[in-house]
Design a protein around this ligand. Structure first.
Ligand code: AKB
Length: 327
């Protein structure tokens, strides 16, 4: 009890700038919170979400219930905790956004807008907001997709992310708002479960391979998509946020690349460790979203401008995933 009173006093100390993560119970939020706490100290990192997070996030530091669409509550948290940086991760992903289009638009676009507005009013000084490979569409070059090219997204999620990119750039040009963004590929990690995405199979396959030795994949076996291992994604995100202001030349969102693979290539890699594993294929509605996205991404701008470089490939990622999930 005394420990918590001390912590609360410390968070509320005027002058001590804190970082707010909105969407801290999600796949990226969970891992980002743990890393930010490690790097900056638990007291400075305020986790928030509409739902209660897992044990590690909840017990390791301050957590606040927050719906980013509730401007009054957002305002209160920013004031009470002296928030200066915001990671705005709350979103509906590609598959759930198609089922709930109006809410997806509201959360993905208005949610960002509420945070951009705080920066415009100089209440906060820096924002991270994730975009996605879903900003690209069927007309986009599929291989080594360039930073700038024809986009025309074909999903509600992609349309909302492209809109967000335009808002971020506009707010930078007009009000000098320091927002930074990455176009995440599919993310694979063992600390938190994804939800509602098209690339989620690449996490589910590991759990089912271990538990049942069998997985039925909802994408065709040869559907190649850009992917990344979570430790790379988290490191890249924090590196982008720590980069000097002048280095950030792209204020919409950076192409960001790790590896590319299809379900059958990943299944074959898992089979090297678990020979009895079998993957079957039964494509559903998510196939069309995946078919509209690139196969691989050219991230030259991120590499040149702020030094991005992925470390993991499919082999090292698979060994690390299995080692962590099986021990
Ligand atoms: C999804 O599958 O919706 C996301 C994404 C590619 O942004 N993982």
């Amino acid at each position: 009890m005394i420990f918590y009173i001390c912590l609360i006093n410390e968070y509320l100390m005027p002058g001590r700038a804190s970082i707010l993560v909105i969407g801290a119970s999600g796949q990226i939020g969970t891992e980002l919170i743990l890393e930010l706490r490690k790097q900056f100290g638990s007291a400075r990192i305020i986790a928030s979400d509409i739902k209660v997070p897992g044990y590690e996030v909840l017990e390791g530091g301050p957590f606040e219930i927050l719906d980013v669409l509730d401007k009054v509550r957002l305002d209160e948290i920013v004031r009470n905790f002296n928030i200066k940086e915001v990671y705005m991760l709350a979103a509906l992903l590609s598959a759930t956004a198609e089922q709930n289009q109006a809410y997806a638009w509201k959360l993905n676009v208005e949610g960002l807008f509420n945070v951009l507005h705080l920066a415009r009013e100089k209440r906060i000084s820096k924002i991270f907001w994730p975009s996605s490979i879903a900003v690209f569409g069927p007309d986009t070059p599929k291989d080594k997709t360039p930073q700038k090219c024809i986009m025309n997204p074909a999903t509600i999620y992609g349309i909302s992310k492209l809109t967000g990119e335009r808002w971020c750039e506009y707010y930078f040009m007009k009000y000098r708002v320091d927002s930074r963004s990455i176009r995440y590929p599919g993310l694979v990690g063992y600390k938190s479960a994804p939800g509602g995405g098209t690339t989620d199979y690449a996490v589910q396959i590991f759990y089912e391979a271990i538990r049942k030795k069998k997985y039925i994949c909802y994408l065709k076996k040869d559907t190649v998509l850009p992917m990344m291992y979570m430790p790379d994604a988290i490191r890249g995100t924090i590196e982008l946020m720590n980069a000097k202001f002048e280095k950030i030349k792209i204020r919409s969102s950076y192409n960001f690349s790790g590896m590319s693979f299809s379900p059958d290539t990943l299944a074959a890699e898992i089979k090297k460790h678990l020979p009895a594993f079998e993957c079957l294929y039964s494509p559903d509605h998510r196939q069309q979203y995946a078919d509209s996205w690139p196969r691989s991404i050219n991230d030259t701008s991120a590499r040149k401008e702020w030094g991005w470089k992925a470390e993991y490939n499919i082999k090292t990622m698979t060994s690390d995933m299995l080692e962590n999930l099986m021990n």
